[in-house]
Design a protein. Sequence first.
Length: 250
Amino acid sequence: MTDSVNLNIIGTIDSPYKEKFAIPRQPGIVTAAQGQLRLTGSANNAELVRGLEQFSHIWLLFIFHGTQAQGWKPLVRPPRLGGNKKLGVLATRSTFRPNPIGMSVVKLDRIEQRLSGQQGSQVILHISELDLLDGTPIVDIKPYVPYADIVENAHGGYAQEQPSSNIDVVFSNAARLTLADNIGHYPRLQSLIEQVLSQDPRPAYKKNSTDDRIYGMTLYDFNINWQMTTIATLNVIAIEKIISMTKSIK
């Protein structure tokens, strides 16, 4: 028995989340998040996904490439517990794991085989409700099978219920103008911003509090600046385009 294995990367994620900050802590919470999974190498073959279109959702097994270089820790502080209590890393979904492997259930919207010039065709899985960083390497795809994957009366420990959010997200006039100017290429950008920010992506210890700091996050090709004005109100101050618009997902 060997003490190591080699995994082949079979695809890469195109995601609106360009940085770790503000990525939802679980898939399915932000329904407006849309992305693409591009199969790569020998896995870029339509035969591999024949029949997958029958399933509404799929499991993605991936590498936490954004934190992989930082190594792992035996004890971590789950945000769900306010960041004040330590638990064993294997009792959490922390990215700092002995093996940097993650799994997510995402919605499979459609499968496309796109011609790509001299390179032949590119197989693309259009997905949504994702919680993955842009560029995430995918190591496996499995169909989500409801009768087997849903366990009735399962106990979720400290994460039994989905976190509730009562935060009202409001937009400045300048932010609304930017949304209007880009609605053709990013029709769900406002919904995406609202759903991400309503989860209050600040550090866990700042939950249910206000501060004077102006925060920033990157979604698609935009930098979004925002601030908590009250415990229940968040103000999007500005939405600024930061790079040329090379990718848009409708």
